[in-house]
Design a protein around this ligand. Structure first.
Ligand SMILES: [Zn+2]
Ligand SMILES: [Zn+2]
Length: 135
């Protein structure tokens, strides 16, 4: 059976990639490193096997940063627009894909929040605050 593929890309569009829909996991991570790396309340990460990921374009513009004191924390980003991009874990066992970079509907939802105890002191769950359809 053919695997279903979905596409992702960075803000400037130079970097793009394809992943197989068979995710290993989909999580929100509230750790302080993910907050720094994303500039947001939490990371939204999809985990796939390396054989289920491939670059389509712009791989040469991707920069990797490994946090020296971390066991495995790393981030990759487009050096033109700064968007977080997929990176291989140091073990090489998985690819961590920032869900916000996905262009298609992955048809799946996050399963859980990890490092919940480390969440930002200012964080509120979406249901706790007013929602507007635009600005
Ligand atoms: Zn870019
Ligand atoms: Zn994290």
């Amino acid at each position: 059976m053919a695997q279903q593929m979905i596409k992702g890309s960075c803000l400037c569009g130079q970097a793009s990639f394809q992943i197989d829909m068979s995710f290993q996991a989909f999580k929100y991570c509230h750790c302080s490193r993910c907050r720094k790396a994303t500039g947001s309340a939490h990371a939204s990460n999809i985990f796939v096997l390396p054989e289920h990921f491939r670059w389509i374009s712009g791989e040469k513009n991707i920069t990797r940063y490994d946090v020296p004191e971390a066991m495995s924390f790393a981030t990759c980003f487009c050096k033109i627009c700064g968007s977080p991009m997929p990176h291989e874990t140091r073990s090489g066992e998985q690819i961590v894909v920032p869900a916000g970079s996905i262009d298609d509907d992955p048809g799946q939802h996050p399963e859980n929040n990890i490092f919940w105890k480390s969440r930002a002191s200012w964080y509120l769950e979406p249901d706790e605050i007013t929602k507007y359809d635009a600005y």
